[in-house]
Design a protein around this ligand. Structure first.
Ligand SMILES: [Ca+2]
Ligand SMILES: [Ca+2]
Length: 260
C-alpha cells in the first residue's frame, strides 16, 4: 500500500515537472533536490581486508537513493559497531548513515565482515552472491526490517548473531549452512529447490481443473488417496493449516471460474 502511494506520488511529480525520466529524491537531509538523472554516488571508499592490498580489493559506494553497493574481488574487512566507549574501535564507514535502504553485494566479494551491515534498520531484503563463503559475526545484527535473506550454497559458515530480525525468512538450499542456521535459530526457511506451488493445483500437473476438485472432495471425505499425487500445500487454499471443507468451497469457486 505504502509503495503504491509513493509510486503514484512520484508519477504526479513527474507530470508536474514534465519529466519522462525517473524522478528521484535524495535521502540525506538537505540533499532533497528532485533530479531526473540516475542516482549519484554520494560517498565511497575501500572495505577490503586490510592486510590485502591495503583493503583496496573491495570497494563501497553509497548513492543518493540510499543504495550501498559492495564490489570487488576478495574478503571484506571486519568491523566493530558496538557501543564505542573509548572512541577507538573500528566502525564500518557507513555505520552512522541513516538513509541506507538497500544493500547490493556484487559477485566477487568472498566474505562479509563482522558487523558489516549491523544497524541498517531500513533494509528489507538482502541477496548474498554465490562468491561469498563466509558471513561474519553480527553481520546483519539489528537490521530490524530485514524480512528476506537469500543465501547461496557457496556459504559454508555463518557467524554468531549474524541475523536477528524477528520477521526474517531465509531462502536457501537444503542441507546447507543456510538451512542449518535457520533451524538452529528458529528462523523460517524456504527451500529454493522446491518447485513453486500453484495453490489449488492439488495433483501438481500445472493447471487447476475439475480433477483437482474431485481429488479434494475425496481428501475431505476421508477417502484413501495415498496412491494419487497429492500436494497438501496446494490444497490448503485458505492457508489455515488444515485441508477441509472451507478449502473445498473455495476450490469449487475457482474451478467454476468465479473470482475469489
Ligand atoms: Ca491440477
Ligand atoms: Ca485450509
Amino acid at each position: 500500500m505504502y509503495l503504491r502511494k509513493t509510486a503514484s506520488a512520484l508519477c504526479a511529480l513527474a507530470l508536474v515537472f514534465g519529466a519522462a525520466a525517473p524522478v528521484t529524491g535524495g535521502v540525506f537531509g538537505t540533499d532533497t533536490a528532485i533530479t531526473a538523472s540516475a542516482a549519484d554516488i554520494v560517498k565511497s571508499g575501500y572495505c577490503g581486508k586490510e592486510n590485502e592490498n591495503e583493503g583496496k580489493n573491495v570497494t563501497w559506494t553509497l548513492d543518493s537513493e540510499g543504495t550501498l553497493t559492495i564490489s570487488g574481488k576478495g574478503d571484506m574487512t571486519s568491523y566493530d559497531n558496538s557501543v564505542d566507549l573509548d572512541n577507538s574501535k573500528n566502525s564500518s564507514p557507513w555505520h552512522n548513515i541513516n538513509g541506507i535502504k538497500q544493500i547490493k553485494i556484487h559477485n566477487g566479494v568472498t566474505s562479509i565482515g563482522d558487523d558489516a551491515f549491523s544497524d541498517c534498520t531500513n533494509v528489507e531484503s538482502i541477496t548474498i552472491p554465490n562468491s561469498v563463503t563466509n558471513i561474519g559475526n553480527w553481520a546483519f545484527w539489528n537490521c530490524t526490517s530485514l524480512a528476506s535473506v537469500t543465501i547461496p550454497d557457496s556459504v559454508t559458515s555463518i557467524g554468531l548473531f549474524a541475523f536477528n530480525s524477528p520477521k526474517i525468512t531465509i531462502y536457501g538450499y537444503p542441507n546447507t549452512a543456510a538451512e542449518k542456521y535457520a533451524n538452529d535459530n528458529g528462523f523460517n526457511f524456504i527451500s529454493l529447490d522446491e518447485p513453486p506451488v500453484i495453490i489449488g493445483d492439488i495433483d501438481g500437473n500445472g493447471i487447476i481443473e475439475v480433477d483437482d476438485l474431485m481429488l479434494m472432495q475425496k481428501k475431505v471425505a476421508g477417502w484413501d488417496i495415498s496412491k494419487t499425487t497429492y500436494n497438501e500445500k496446494a490444497a490448503d487454499i485458505d492457508k489455515d493449516g488444515n485441508v477441509d471443507v472451507d478449502d473445498l468451497v473455495i476450490l469449487q469457486k475457482i474451478v467454476a471460474g468465479w473470482k475469489v
